[in-house]
Design a protein. Sequence first.
Length: 378
Amino acid sequence: MKVPPLNLQKQYAKIKKEIRDRMNEVCDVQAFVLGKTVADFENHFAAYCGTPYAIGCANGTDAILLSLKVIGIAAGDEVLVPAFTFIASAEPIARLGATPVFVDVDQQTYNIDAADLEKKITKKTKAIIVVHLYGQTADMDPIMKIARKHKLKVIEDACQAVGSIYGPQGKKAGTFGDCAAFSFFPTKNLGGFGDGGIIVTKNKKYDEKLRMLRQHGSNKRYYNDLLGMNSRLDALQAAVLDVKLKYLDAWQDERVKRASVYSGLLLQEMKGDITLPYIEKKNLHTYHQYMIQIRGVQGAKRDRLVAFLQKNSIGSMIYYPVPCHQQKCFSYLKKKKGLLPVTEKVAKRVFSLPIYPELTTQEQKYVVKTIKKGLKNI
């Protein structure tokens, strides 16, 4: 049996006609960059998130970069960011000449640790990038309290958390900070047919400036008031995403159901030896990834288990084997091993199981059965 990490073919088959019709409309009009199709999707996405403004851009990395630019991050500044995340959360900081200051994560949620966060603040600290990892929001109440106390800007990296909800207020990811970045890479819960991204904000001045920054610093053709960049959302991507947005909540519900099935099967088969995804009370975890740990399986042994699953046609992945502070590109920061103990521990232990709305219980049983078999062979 083959169980991929996700199955976009099955998703597409169900909405193929709607997507083709919308793409044909764009082709008939022959307006492919920004324009009404993009504006309509921006409005729909802002309404979905519960924010007044949404600004489409080329990808999630640019969404973070543009957010940093609009809040004024520049050379010499420090920006706090978790080390246990995809490189795109930290890379834009360095691209602006600022310094990423890496923060440890909570050992249960894998999201940024508020206590360690406050310890890392200096006079040079200007902002915090909060990553909502794997589909669960970070603990935003203490983080926002720290930000207000120290007068820091907050950018949410919600690239893996579209539609995720934070329990205490019932608010969606992307509605807490000054700006929030989302990715529409095809593998995301809301994915396009290529690259795409968007920024949401409650700040009207940021909205106006971001629309200029994404288009060479211009709000009038050939008049450039700011040093911007070329980072625009294509109309074809917006058309696809607008169709998919209508189905997103239903797809999220199915992900939650599939996660529940996994948890039941794994507890039944490996109770006491398995660490399941931890969900903060009243949070809605949208399971961009379903990440687990198994007692005694770490480092090379974990890698061999993942390789065994892949050999048996199961799309298991490691997110992320090398934390940002240990990446070669950040070697100039001279961060020694052991500075972020939780991050370094979980990076050696976690791995993902396939999860998507169309996943069947039969496929999930095969995954769990293969894990048990793999544990005997590694």
